[in-house]
Design a protein around this ligand. Structure first.
Ligand code: BG6
Length: 481
């Protein structure tokens, strides 16, 4: 049964239409939405970039991108029909070439969206030209990619620049983690069940762990990455968004500002992080592969490819419950999960020999999306009252059948949300600024102290200091596996 919500017809212009993100995510995603019946047959996709290209050449580019990065089963002729909706327009982001021609391709009765799949340095130029050449209507949406600035100051400057030409309701700041099916599931689990929410507070939760581990290194992205590091690339956006969704108060409604107001309150309630509560790492070489520094220009780079930290949220719900966050490249497995570890029962009626047991709810974002709830039971057999923790395990694919496995990619969903005009899963300007305001001092303190990240072995779980961060508190990370 198809459960797609058809969207109104649209003209989507992708600035940076020949770039990597367009090739890997945006274009294949649009094709899959087309095949799923969500993209209206008369919708139009226009790639725009600096180079000279005909419509046909761009269609060939799109065909290759879709073939390489995620085609989907489709009827004969469907691919050609999709490509028939694709065109190309050369524009000069810093000049006036091409803008009128681009305008001539747009229809008055279609939803109009411009995807800025370019570096933030061009955001202002593009926004201004959309206005001056009359391409932006009242209802036009713009989509901007991360990185949204480099720090608080640059993020503020970007917000101001965009605000000169568009109002907040027209600006869709992407954090693709919010488009992940299981990330939205966090809200469903919390606010759709009676079981968890009453326990979701410092009184019952010992601590929360958020892990986003990757097996890949920085690869060909060294140029960008070395200026960012894991703090800017992952913590400031993806992990903080996860933290917000796990920690926020119930929004009154599942509506954009209702949800975003609650997330903002979480960020604003975060305490500054103590320097000794942050561990940075950088992956070293091993016999099979070069280390981080071989992937970037500066052979003495002190940019981190791993961060672990302990955060505290000073509000009524969470005071006293630590949130441990960790993310890194070149780790043992690609695992993203959030684990809510509950407190011990106040008193063990089974005596000390029964050992220590705790409930734990782990929400797996990827791979094998699902949930595990550790429950304590009696160990079967005649050995007396011995206790053991067993997992109540669910994979969404098993529980929901093919529909559970066939989840749209984050970008597909988010692009369709743009067309539908739903900002719930996009970051508001004040949210992004608040997130930078929290991460900036951490990054500044590294520079001030001349901090050098700890080397760690590829294929492991990061530097030992990260393990110590929890051991010192009498806790341990869940295994990355
Ligand atoms: C991106 C980061 O935002 O997210 C990358 O820039 C990272 O460095 C990627 O690899 C991870 O996304 P995903 O969807 O593969 O978990």
């Amino acid at each position: 049964v198809s459960r797609v919500i058809p969207v109104d017809t649209f003209d989507l212009v992708i600035f940076g239409g020949t770039g990597d993100l367009a090739r890997r995510k945006i274009l294949p995603g649009l094709f899959r939405r087309y095949c799923a019946g969500q993209m209206p047959p008369e919708a139009q996709i226009i790639g725009a970039a600096r180079s000279e290209m005909t419509d046909d050449e761009y269609r060939a580019f799109v065909r290759e991108a879709v073939d390489e990065f995620g085609s989907t089963p489709h009827e004969p002729g469907q691919f050609d029909a999709f490509l028939g909706r694709v065109g190309y327009q050369r524009v000069d982001a810093k000049g006036s070439d091409g803008w009128e021609d681009l305008g001539a391709r747009l229809r008055d009765d279609a939803v109009r969206a411009f995807y800025f799949s370019v570096g933030p340095a061009l955001f202002g130029d593009l926004a201004e030209r959309l206005r001056t050449f009359g391409l932006a209507t009242q209802d036009t949406r713009i989509v901007v990619e991360k990185p949204f600035g480099h720090d608080l100051q640059s993020a503020r400057a970007l917000n101001r620049e965009l605000a000169e030409h568009f109002n907040e309701g027209q600006i869709y700041r992407i954090d693709h983690y919010l488009g992940k099916e299981t990330v939205q599931n966090l809200m469903a689990v919390r606010f759709g069940n009676m079981l968890f929410e009453p326990l979701w507070n410092a009184q019952h939760v010992d601590h929360i762990q958020i892990t986003v581990a990757e097996t890949v290194g920085v690869g060909g992205r060294g140029g960008y990455y070395d200026k960012s590091g894991a703090m800017r690339d992952m913590i400031q956006n993806h992990l903080m968004q996860l933290l917000c969704l796990i920690a926020m108060e119930p929004p009154a409604r599942f509506e954009p500002d209702s949800v975003r107001d609650e997330k903002l309150k979480v960020i604003r309630a975060l305490d500054p992080v103590e320097p000794h509560h942050v561990v940075r790492g950088q992956y070293a070489a091993d016999e099979n592969q070069p280390g981080y520094r071989a992937h970037v220009e500066d052979p003495r780079s002190t940019t981190e490819s791993f961060v672990a930290l302990k955060a505290h949220i000073s509000n009524w719900r969470w005071a006293g419950t630590p949130f441990y966050l960790r993310t890194g490249k070149m780790l043992r497995a690609r695992t993203s999960e959030i684990a809510v570890v509950f407190k011990d029962a106040p008193h063990s009626i089974f005596g000390a020999e029964a050992g220590r047991h705790r409930n734990m709810l782990a929400i797996r974002l990827q791979p094998n999306e699902g949930m595990t709830l550790d429950v304590t039971i009696k160990e079967p057999g005649p050995g007396g009252m011995r206790l053991v923790d067993v997992p109540l395990d669910m994979s969404f694919a098993d529980a929901l059948g093919p529909d559970g496995a066939d989840m749209p990619d984050a970008y597909e969903r988010l692009i369709m949300d743009v067309i539908r005009g739903n900002q719930t899963l996009f970051m508001r300007g004040d949210e992004v600024e608040a997130a930078w305001a929290w991460t900036d001092p951490i990054i500044e303190s590294w520079a001030r102290r001349g901090d050098v990240p700890k080397p760690y072995d590829p294929g492991g779980s990061g530097p030992d200091d990260a393990l110590m961060l929890m051991h010192r508190d009498g806790r341990r990370w869940r295994d990355i596996k």
